[in-house]
Design a protein around this ligand. Structure first.
Ligand SMILES: [Cu+2]
Length: 492
């Protein structure tokens, strides 16, 4: 292999492949010597405009993968290299991010880290070794700013399932659900659910910091910063009642893989009369699989949960928000030989607390170093949009300067403090982290790549710096990440 490549380079073939053909590139992300581009790809993804039929009278035009929403479910095998051609049939350079995978910078899909763009009207061929096993997803990683047709406001979202070498849990069937809103609009203020997330109490110092800043801004006559709302809501690209129901049989155990593909929203999901046994969060098996009546997912979070089908009937599995469910955020679950109008029953209040899936009584090992982070909001500071800062510094897209420096193999703790009243689903690229403190409690055994940090709350996550290369940290709420809520980690 190496000899072939050298021969190719001597002949200028390698150079020709990577540079002389406009819009073509070859990259790979696996340790070891670089190899020549393979003759053919295992998968082809085309980014282009497409129509999504949410309902017969609700057809939206947006950017999609392979002309449909969601993008195709990509099933990989843990540790087995894949080669993927990504064609960009639009006039805008794109980034395709392999969310939750421990890949290298050249394929991760974030220009802030240095991943090359997929050129407009061009393509990139990439190769990587999928991992870790479990539910991941892929999505665009462009900053949309005020353009609500760009970034993850578009239909560029698709699930990834990396088959583990040993499949945990016993189930009869698996069903993938991608939750996503369409037709975004700007609004002043929003109505995001807040009280579902543990704990109930706020941290006084953070509250004073945030509330003082907000009062000062409003006192100067500033309006509330822009938020985003949506006209249409869908599961797997279909509004409630307009897609195929999930057909089940009594006694079946169905494994649901749920992806929150929203650009900005937190989603909930309940199935009346049934409980979810959560087996994995963000694709990673949890220390303590636990039954819950409701699932809550911040933007980009995933949950894998088994439901025992023991209540024959026709049900709505849907979001707890009546407005959003009635505008499409749900799917019908239909037992064999049951007919009739799908039933919805509002579940009892339930508080979401990640620590219930952790190791009981466990405390994580001490980190080598703790990195302090405080998140603040500058209300309506950027032409009506809120500006976000980490330790007082909003991320500058034109400079891409690293804020934090890492040493390989060290274990780091991120101590995050939220001096705003918004919930932030914070995300670390190319690494998984372990939740070590949440809702005032120490915990271990919950491994994720996105975690919701509540308004005026704090939490800790630990990760090992084991994947060198620039690494992006950001809030996954598109309005927050596009307006400053990002930082780069650089390995020294
Ligand atoms: Cu945020």
């Amino acid at each position: 292999m190496t000899i072939d490549r050298r021969a190719m380079l001597q002949l200028g073939v390698g150079a020709a492949f990577s540079h002389a053909v406009p819009g073509r590139a070859w990259a790979q992300s696996s340790p070891g010597p670089e190899s020549e581009p393979p003759a053919r790809a295992d998968y082809t993804i085309r980014i282009g405009n497409g129509l999504v039929e949410l309902a017969p009278d609700r057809i939206v035009s947006t950017t999609t993968y392979n002309g449909k929403f969601p993008g195709p479910i990509l099933r990989f095998k843990e540790g087995q290299q894949v080669v993927i051609d990504i064609h960009n049939d639009t006039n805008t350079p794109e980034q395709l991010h392999w969310h939750g995978q421990t890949v290298l910078v050249d394929v991760d899909g974030a220009s802030e880290e240095g991943t090359p763009f997929i050129p407009a009207r061009g393509m990139r061929r990439i190769a990587f070794t999928p991992g870790p096993a479990g539910l991941r997803f892929y999505h665009t990683h462009l900053a949309a700013g005020s353009d609500l047709s760009s970034g993850q406001y578009s239909g560029q979202v698709g699930p990834v399932y990396i088959e583990p070498r040993h499949e945990p849990g016993r189930y009869d069937r698996e069903v993938f659900l991608t939750l996503k809103e369409f037709q975004p609009t700007l609004s002043r203020g929003g109505d995001m659910a807040m009280d579902f997330l543990a704990p109930n109490t706020r941290i006084k110092a953070l509250e004073e910091l945030g509330e003082t800043a907000m009062r000062t801004s409003l006192g100067k006559g500033m309006p509330h910063g822009f938020e985003v709302g949506y006209n249409s809501f869908a599961i797997n690209g279909r509004m409630l009642g307009h897609g195929e129901p999930v057909r089940v049989r009594a006694g079946e155990r169905v494994l649901f893989h749920v992806v929150n593909g929203s650009a900005t929203e937190i989603r909930s999901l309940a199935l009346p009369g049934h409980r979810f046994q959560v087996v994995a969060l963000d694709g990673n098996p949890v220390a303590t699989p636990t039954e819950v009546p409701v699932l809550w997912l911040g933007t980009a979070e995933r949950i894998s949960a088994i439901v025992e089908m023991n209540r024959p009937g026709v049900w709505i599995m849907g979001d707890l928000a009546d407005d959003d469910r009635s505008r499409g955020m749900g799917i019908v679950i239909e037992y064999a030989d049951r007919k009739g109008k799908p039933q919805w029953v509002k579940p009892a209040p339930f508080q979401w607390d990640y620590t219930r899936f952790g190791k009981p009584g466990a405390t994580a090992q001490a980190p080598d170093e703790t990195i302090e982070m405080t998140f603040t909001k500058n209300n309506a500071a950027l032409e009506g949009f809120n500006q976000w800062s980490i330790n007082g510094v909003p991320f500058a897209m034109d400079r891409m300067e690293p804020m934090f420096h890492l040493q390989k193999a060290k274990r780091y703790r991120l101590h995050m403090r939220n001096a705003s009243d918004d919930i932030h689903p914070v995300h670390l690229h190319r690494h998984s982290f372990e939740l070590t403190r949440f809702a005032g409690k120490s915990t271990a055994g919950v491994v994720k790549d996105v975690v919701m940090l509540g308004g005026y709350q704090e939490l800790d996550v630990d990760f090992v710096a084991d994947n060198p290369g620039d690494t992006l940290f950001h809030c996954h709420q598109q309005l927050h990440m596009d307006f400053g809520f990002m930082a780069l980690f650089r390995y020294v």
